[in-house]
Ligand binder design. Structure first.
Ligand code: ADP
Length: 166
């Protein structure tokens, strides 16, 4: 039987830290579904289609082992629908731990069949987050080393567009 995990997140935008987790996850699972959580209360820089495009382009090399989709509703319900055995999450510093721990316990209450699996990020990506990248890029900071090439391009376009409208 194919071992499937879902990797839920905002991916606004995808970073090298996310790629690192998928690469590690593929050593355990046959397939990873990278799933964008549609959260209407969370403000985003990129819309769902833009985020999906950046994910697909940057993870092209993983081929059919990775799928991409956006979903609404409970993560455990989506995991069930995709016949996934696990929810994959990445851990950076200690600061991620408390929130992730609460979320994993809540998800286990909601569905005892689905396990949450945490993978430690590579040391290089310990301080990389989508929000830090957006902050730096907004003020012209160089983020090239931290994101896939397509993200570097799209984020520059995005902020150039926003500035020209101001
Ligand atoms: P969320 O909005 O749920 O925090 P993100 O898109 O920021 O979603 O991240 C999705 C998952 O990837 C989370 O488990 C997060 O901890 C993990 N992640 C984000 N950045 C990194 C990184 N640099 N290294 C490892 N894991 C990461």
């Amino acid at each position: 039987m194919e071992k499937i995990a879902i990797y839920p997140g905002s991916f606004d935008p995808v970073t090298n830290g996310h790629l690192d987790i998928v690469e590690r996850g593929l050593k355990i699972f046959d397939k990873i579904v990278v799933a964008i959580m549609c959260n209407p209360t969370k403000e985003s820089l990129f819309n769902i289609d833009e985020r999906l495009e950046m994910l697909k382009t940057s993870m092209h090399a993983f081929n059919t082992h990775v799928e991409f989709e956006a979903f609404n509703g409970l993560t455990v319900d989506y995991a069930d629908e995709r016949k996934a055995h696990a929810i994959l999450r990445g851990l950076r510093a200690v600061s991620d731990f408390e929130y992730e721990f609460q979320m994993a316990l809540m998800n286990r209450r909601l569905n005892r069949e689905i396990q949450t699996l945490f993978l430690m990020t590579g040391l290089r990506w310990i301080f990389t987050s989508s929000s830090i990248i957006k902050e730096a890029a907004r003020f012209g900071g160089d983020i090239e080393d931290m994101v896939p090439q397509i993200v570097n391009e799209k984020i520059k376009e995005k902020f150039a567009g926003i500035q020209s409208r101001q």
